[in-house]
Design a protein around this ligand. Structure first.
Ligand code: SAM
Length: 330
């Protein structure tokens, strides 16, 4: 199934076939650009969606043509039932691809069971190729464990992408280190431009930096952009015949970033979010009960999509009500 066959279409004519589902708001890392003071649960917060609720949500989504699901967070591997969630997602009729976004801390023991449960791709955040830089960004001296987790994923046959948020003065000199790694390791390292979040204006001003120098360096070194399919995400990926791995660039401030939007987001507590940098959400949780048919869940999703904005307003310094991407899964 591709973008043309999904029945979820917004007023701008964009087709939605991809769901990013947060399975927990909790995180065990303290990344400087996301949760620098660590995760603290709000006393009033309700629990995350159960496996059964997730199953019903995915049935509704799949009935609308959504075929790809990414489990994210917070840190999804903090959920003891993650393997069960993956199995439920992978066995939902219509869902053909289940991916995971993780900080990689617990991957070493989880890669094989997750692959056996039906996972096909893992995105691991590694914001620096060196131990010192990694700890400075994440607050955790765990690079060796995370790298071992990546190796376990590759051994388990999982496709691996590595996400790096590029930060001025922090890791904007890290390209060479990543290049040494991908020469023999079949992972795609994707540099992401720092996105502004509500209340973090000073951090953004200090550390936001363009991806242009990375692109220029890659092209100068003989890397070539890979032609993109219509259903591809926002990353432009690059390949080089001398390297086992690759690179990618994700530029949310670039032209046409929103024009290619193909994804919906659901929070850990069942709120449908139409834009990473929007305001408000549509509650779906009350519909994720045995008495409600998938068709009704689908109708609510379809109706909500009519209100999807054409694009974010990051250029006007408006990051919506998103305080950090851990709340939505990035
Ligand atoms: N804990 C998982 C992880 O570490 O990947 C999943 C959640 S994390 C919020 C998802 C992605 O969002 C990560 O790749 C992270 O680097 C990215 N992210 C978080 N805050 C960001 C920001 N302000 N700008 C750009 N990317 C960000």
């Amino acid at each position: 199934m591709n973008a043309v066959t999904t029945s979820l279409v917004d007023p701008q004519g964009r087709h939605f076939e991809y769901l990013r589902l947060s399975v927990t708001e909790a995180c065990n890392y303290r990344c400087v650009y996301c949760l620098p003071n660590g995760f603290h649960s709000a006393p009033s917060s309700s629990r995350a969606l159960t496996v059964d609720e997730i199953g019903r949500l995915l049935a509704g989504m799949a009935s609308l043509g959504v075929w790809k699901v990414r489990l994210t967070g917070g840190e999804p591997t903090l959920r003891a039932d993650l393997t069960e969630i993956v199995a439920r997602a992978a066995s939902t009729p219509g869902i053909r691809k289940v991916a995971l976004s993780t900080n990689g801390d617990r991957l070493q023991g989880l890669a094989a069971p997750l692959a056996a449960a039906g996972l096909s791709q893992v995105n691991v955040s590694i914001d620096h190729p060196d131990s010192f830089g990694f700890e400075r960004i994440t607050g955790r001296a765990r690079l060796a464990q995370v790298r071992a987790g990546v190796d376990s994923c590759l051994e388990a046959g999982l496709r691996v992408k590595v996400n790096v948020v590029r930060l001025r003065g922090v890791n904007d000199d890290a390209l060479d280190g990543f290049m040494r790694w991908v020469r023999d390791t079949p992972v795609t390292v994707r540099f992401i431009e720092l996105m502004q979040t509500a209340g973090r204006e000073a951090f953004f001003e200090a550390h936001h930096v363009s991806l242009d120098p990375v692109r220029e360096r890659l092209l100068a070194d003989g890397w070539r952009p890979i032609p993109r399919a219509s259903a591809d995400g926002p990353a432009v990926e690059y390949a080089h015949t001398d390297f086992a791995g690759g690179f990618g660039l994700i530029a949310p401030y670039g032209p046409d970033f929103c024009a290619g939007c193909n994804r919906l987001r659901v929070t850990a507590r069942g709120g449908l979010r139409l834009c990473l940098f929007g305001r408000g959400e549509t509650t779906l949780r009350h519909l994720l009960v045995p008495e409600v048919q998938a068709a009704l869940v689908a109708e609510h999703i379809r109706a909500a999509l009519r209100g999807k904005p054409a694009g974010h307003h990051l250029h006007e310094n408006d990051a919506g009500d998103t305080a950090h991407l851990a709340a939505l899964g990035g």
